[in-house]
Write a protein that binds this ligand. Structure first.
Ligand code: CIZ
Ligand code: SF4
Length: 301
């Protein structure tokens, strides 16, 4: 059944001249049929380069929107419109405009996990792989970082001479990790290095041997000699980790590391997306141009 659907999708994809991209947090059966699997930075760059006219974006809404902002002439399809990101919803353009007034000299750095409207209000975007270098690149001494307080705090711990004002957003998946859980696992696997995502809270990041985006965690795991590795990010990364490192064991910090929004997309949805060309992601042209400036400024670094 899964194979039948996957086969059907591969056929439709060719007929429609479509490209399927998937984030590392998608289910395994989706990652298997994707032309590209990556973190949000890699997927934004890929979306710009692909030759096909249509992009089927298996991820959450802000990611498909980012692809549309960068590739306005392509048809970008999000198979499930309700696949959102609660963190992205934790900042609205109205709220951001108000807070910007309080800090007129600050530059606004916006994590890509945000709406097109919020990106349009920002000076530059960043992802979890480049937040530190983006901040270091800016001349401003004061930075307003939205919406992830944990990625912002992690970046602040890595840069000098900058006053970083944090928004109070967070990822509902990574935020729930408890220090006691981590200490318990660390006791059980004392020699296993701990690799975590910067969306985790500081009391988790403090114990980590490595902090990075999904793609950076995957790269790091390949170069580690130990056979057991502890992972502090969404379970979808386990697919690539296991595929690339068949002789290593990956221990997830918590069984609850599942992003329900990332898991909304099924193979049936992808098939229907190709057949019906739904749901088309569109961004108002005025917003798109402003958001594009913030994204392109990041990409050009
Ligand atoms: O949504 C997330 O948590 C992202 C964008 C993770 C990543 O590192 O790609
Ligand atoms: Fe949003 Fe967290 Fe899910 Fe990423 S893992 S899409 S930040 S809720």
């Amino acid at each position: 059944m899964i194979e039948d659907l996957q086969h059907q999708i591969m056929k439709l994809k060719k007929e429609k001249n479509a490209c399927i991209v998937a984030h590392h947090y998608q289910t395994e059966d989706i990652q298997q049929i994707a032309d590209f699997v990556g973190d949000s930075l890699a997927l934004s760059k890929i979306a710009k380069q692909i030759k096909e006219d249509m992009i089927i974006f298996c991820g959450v809404k802000f990611m498909a929107e980012t692809a549309k902002i960068l590739s306005p002439h392509k048809k970008v399809i999000l198979p499930v419109m309700e696949a959102g990101c609660p963190m992205a919803d934790m900042v609205t353009p109205e709220q951001l405009r108000l807070v910007k007034k309080q800090y007129p000299h600050a530059e606004v750095v916006c994590y890509v996990n945000s709406s097109a409207e919020v990106k349009a209000e920002s000076d530059i975007c960043c992802t979890s792989s480049n937040a530190v270098s983006v901040i270091n690149h800016l001349d401003a001494k004061q930075i307003l970082f939205v919406p992830d307080q944990h990625l912002g705090a992690y970046a602040a711990s890595q840069v000098k001479d900058k006053d970083i004002i944090l928004w109070q957003g967070y990822c509902i998946v990574h935020h729930q990790l408890r220090e006691e859980q981590l200490l318990h696992i660390k006791e059980k696997y004392p020699n296993a290095p701990i690799l975590v995502h910067p969306e985790c809270r500081p009391h988790i990041v403090r114990h980590a041997d490595f902090v990075g985006s999904t793609a950076q965690i995957i790269d790091k795991a390949r170069s580690i000699e130990q056979k057991q590795i502890i992972i502090g990010t969404e379970r979808g990364v386990l697919y690539t980790l296991k595929k690339q490192n068949p002789h290593k064991e990956f221990i997830l910090l918590s069984e609850r590391l599942t992003c329900q929004n990332m898991k909304k997309t099924t193979l049936e949805h992808v098939r229907n997306a190709l057949v019906n060309e739904t749901h088309v992601v569109d961004v108002d042209e005025n917003i798109r141009q402003k958001a594009n400036r913030a994204l392109e400024r990041m990409i050009s670094l």
